[in-house]
Design a protein around this ligand. Structure first.
Ligand code: FO1
Length: 311
């Protein structure tokens, strides 16, 4: 079954890994948010692409979900000695990825080509697809002013109230041919449990993406990243609330209204089933919290089965 997953960072990567395990090699393509990308010391950093890549390669740090397992921070310590601000924790092994990505982009390769070659070298059997090849940057408007995404997310620890979110440059972006082909050939599209505002949001905002999704004959299923009114990780719940969305599985379903045929909600939110069904969606109620590899494999199998039933 050819599956396309839309994913942001850690939560999305976990379900993508479960899907990869449940499917024959080569049947999964993951379309990844690249609006969190930024530059540091002249290096191009793609946090969500790398989080998904390391997770699919079995290399991710299990404690954080991002970065490389067992990584060391000698380079960062040295940068600190030079007086540099080291708030963004780049590990030594992780740095190799950024060095190579940056070099290849400077040689004129596209982000799609670079992602494919890096993931291929790490033995990832799935296709890792940046949402677009153009440069898109999430900026967050807060009471303290406009912040770059990683400034808001990592440096300031997501403490600011989010008044608005913008994806700079998105107007000029387009889904890549690889993304279009994957969607056209898909038999199921899965919206991973990633932040609907800043992870899945930018993917959907790429002009032409909603049309490509609508044109795909595949059923579409979303897994709610909100469980019991709370985001499992990160600021999705507070962000949804301050932007006028209800922080609930139902609220996520409303945001995806008209785009998905089915919603997977946690048992804690089973009571929201009638409201989600009222939006014209089928609902699967199950355990959605992925604590370990067994959880993500089970959830992935259930999502695939649910999706097949919608087809
Ligand atoms: N997230 C953090 O909270 N702190 C960090 O220091 C940090 C470093 C980092 C390095 C490489 C990488 O690929 C990701 C990293 N992340 C870090 C995660 C990442 O910035 C965010 O989780 C995403 O952008 C949100 O999806």
């Amino acid at each position: 079954m050819r599956v396309v997953a839309l994913a942001g960072g850690v939560g999305g990567a976990k379900l993508a890994a479960g899907l990869q395990e449940a499917l024959p090699a080569g049947e999964l393509a993951v379309v990844v948010n690249t609006a969190d990308d930024f530059e540091l010391w002249g290096l191009h950093i793609s946090p969500d692409l790398d989080t998904v890549m390391y997770t699919l390669a079995g290399l991710a740090n299990p404690e954080t979900g991002w970065g490389v397992r067992g990584d060391t921070f000698a380079s960062l310590e040295m940068l600190g000695r030079y007086g540099e601000d080291t708030w963004f924790r780049l590990g030594d092994r992780d740095l190799a990825t950024h060095i190579l990505r940056t070099a290849r982009l400077r040689e004129g390769r596209t982000p799609t080509e670079v992602a494919a070659s890096l993931a291929g070298a790490l033995g990832v059997p799935s296709r890792l697809l940046p949402m677009c090849d153009e440069r898109v940057r999430t900026v967050v408007q807060t009471p303290e002013g406009t912040l770059e995404f990683q400034e808001y997310f990592v440096r300031r620890g997501q403490r600011d109230e989010v008044l608005a979110v913008r994806f700079r440059g998105v107007e000029a972006a387009r889904p890549t041919p690889a993304v279009r082909e994957a969607l056209a050939a898909a038999e199921l599209v899965v919206f991973c449990p990633s932040n609907p505002v800043v992870s899945i949001g930018p993917i959907l905002e790429v002009p032409g993406m909603r049309e490509a999704l609508a044109a795909s004959p595949a059923p579409k299923v979303a897994v709610s990243p909100i469980v019991g009114g709370r985001a499992l990780k990160g600021p999705a719940d507070r962000m949804m609330f301050s932007l006028g969305h209800e922080p609930s599985a139902r609220g996520v379903a409303r945001m995806y209204g008209g785009l998905v045929d089915g919603m997977v909600v946690d048992r804690a939110d089973g009571g929201e089933r009638p409201d989600v069904e009222g939006l014209g969606m089928e609902v699967l109620v199950t355990g959605t919290v992925m604590r370990d590899a067994a959880d993500r494999a089970r959830l992935a199998r259930e999502v695939l089965e649910f999706g097949r039933g919608l087809g």
